[in-house]
Design a binder for this molecule. Structure first.
Ligand code: NAP
Length: 438
């Protein structure tokens, strides 16, 4: 029998567990650890609350979770409740599927001003992540500036644009629903340091910006490259750029009855956030494209800003004792191998890119590597204690482990508390989750 510990119960973790089952059948036991008492990582706290169809993939993970050779070990923080070295003593292989939960910083003046947030914090706030539920962004101002031209920037812009019935069917948490419905924001500016041909927005997500009840997009025709150049783009990006062209062609009357405008500002990078205690403006430098890179032109302007959300990507959280690549912001690894018996997968391996589905081949690839390492003897004999060893450790150290059965009680309580039409009302603090178990 071989024992695998997977750290992180998001898509990367569950696809790796599914792959392990398929590869080793009954010859494997998998424990999936999570620092939260609830599973599914980014599916629960990253995917936008109004994208329920994407969240539906958790049903596939549940199938894996409910099988005999896989179990969920929630409410255990590796590196705090148990050291990485101790865990590696217990299991043949440890796979870090911890994602990239920390915000990358812009590294410019004023980033610590009040009402300037990174997307991990802001998205965590409206998705009820216990770490960020208390964020309390001030939405009483008129202008929000969002840095970045990726799908997370779109998620944040869409959430700031929606009101009332537009949240029907979503699982946005109550505190965020109230704040967003009362928000005074009427101008949302997305800042892209490069041009329309360099956006990272996918067509489906960008298209949603043209279908909002209270907001309309604005793109300046002057920013668009010659239409013939679109032919050189790959098909997905070409579709996104076609949407930008459609937005640029919208007549003023299309915006007349929409109180919120979402402006796409290209060739503009923030150089400082300005304000006394709270942010009041963003200093922006105009850029130009040189060999595909944004190069500053020295031309600056100030844009008023009452709220800033920086959506420029994420970093993996380092774990003591695990080699880390500081510049890439993820574990130092060779196609998922970190050290003998220690692996990583998903965003913790390759950085924050790709869709949820990208994690599936990743999960299968890492299990193939583990199989190879068993074959070559790198992982030693099959004499590790695995589950039994961890259970003894947990009992000795008084760990309050949350099982998948416990999670189902939390889920049941969340579903019972849902407002009409919503799938659930999430608990936003760990104590409340534990109370629901007991
Ligand atoms: P992303 O796609 O990498 O976009 C990051 C954006 O930030 C880019 O426009 C980038 O511009 C910009 N940026 C980076 N550093 C910057 C800096 N120093 N100054 C100014 N701008 C900067 O990242 P993301 O939006 O966080 O998304 C992460 C992944 O999750 C992506 O693969 C995304 O598709 C996926 N996702 C998918 C969905 C969905 O499918 N519905 C939803 C959310 C997220 P440059 O291009 O110039 O670097």
């Amino acid at each position: 029998m071989r024992h695998i510990a997977i750290i992180g119960s998001g898509p990367a973790g569950y696809y790796a567990a599914e792959a392990a089952q398929k590869k080793f059948g009954d010859g494997i036991r998998v424990d999936i650890f999570d620092r939260l008492p609830v599973p599914f990582g980014l599916i629960r706290t990253g995917v936008a609350p109004d994208h329920q169809s994407i969240k539906g993939v958790s049903r596939r993970y549940e199938k894996t979770a409910l099988s005999d050779n896989v179990r969920f070990v929630g409410n255990v923080t590796v590196g705090e409740d148990i050291a990485m070295d101790e865990l590696r003593e217990l299991y043949d292989a440890v796979i870090l599927a911890t994602g990239a939960p920390q915000d990358r910083e812009l590294g410019i003046a004023g980033e610590d001003l009040a009402n300037v947030f990174g997307s991990a914090a802001f998205v965590g706030w409206y998705n009820g992540h216990p770490q960020f539920a208390g964020l309390s962004p001030d939405l009483s101002g008129k202008t929000a500036v969002i840095v970045g031209m990726g799908n997370v920037a779109l998620d944040v812009a869409r959430m700031l644009s929606k009101k009332d019935r537009e949240f029907d069917g979503s699982d946005i948490v109550d505190h965020a629903l109230d704040a967003l419905c009362e928000s005074a924001i009427e101008r949302i500016v997305l800042l892209g340091r490069r041009g329309p041909h360099q956006i990272s927005m996918t067509p489906k997500e960008l298209g949603e910006m043209g279908e909002l009840a209270h907001a309309a997009p604005f793109v300046s025709p002057d920013d668009l490259p010659a239409v013939e150049e679109d032919a050189l783009l790959d098909p997905g990006l070409r579709k996104s750029v076609a949407l930008l062209r459609k937005f640029a062609a919208l007549p003023d009357r299309a915006r007349a009855d929409k109180p919120i405008t979402v402006e796409f500002a290209f060739f503009a990078q923030p150089t400082a956030f300005i304000g006394d205690a709270r942010v009041e403006a963003v200093e922006i430098e105009r850029t130009k494209l040189v060999d595909g890179r944004a190069v500053a032109t020295g031309e600056t302007q100030r844009l008023p800003a009452d709220l800033v959300v920086s959506c420029i990507g994420y970093r993996t959280a380092p774990i003591p004792g695990v080699p880390f690549d500081e510049s890439a912001g993820r574990f130092a690894n060779d196609s998922g191998r970190i050290l003998p018996g220690l692996y990583c997968v998903g965003w913790a391996m390759r950085g924050p890119s790709g869709t949820i589905g990208t994690n599936k081949p990743d999960g299968f690839a890492i299990i193939d590597k583990i199989a190879e390492d068993i074959e070559t003897g790198t992982l030693g004999d099959d004499d590790k204690p695995g589950r039994a060893g961890f259970d003894a450790y947990a009992a000795e150290n008084g760990l309050d482990v949350v099982t998948f059965k416990d999670w189902k009680k939390i889920e049941e309580a969340e579903e019972a508390a849902a407002r009409e039409g919503s799938p659930r009302e999430k608990f936003v603090d760990i104590e409340a989750m534990i109370r629901a178990v007991n």
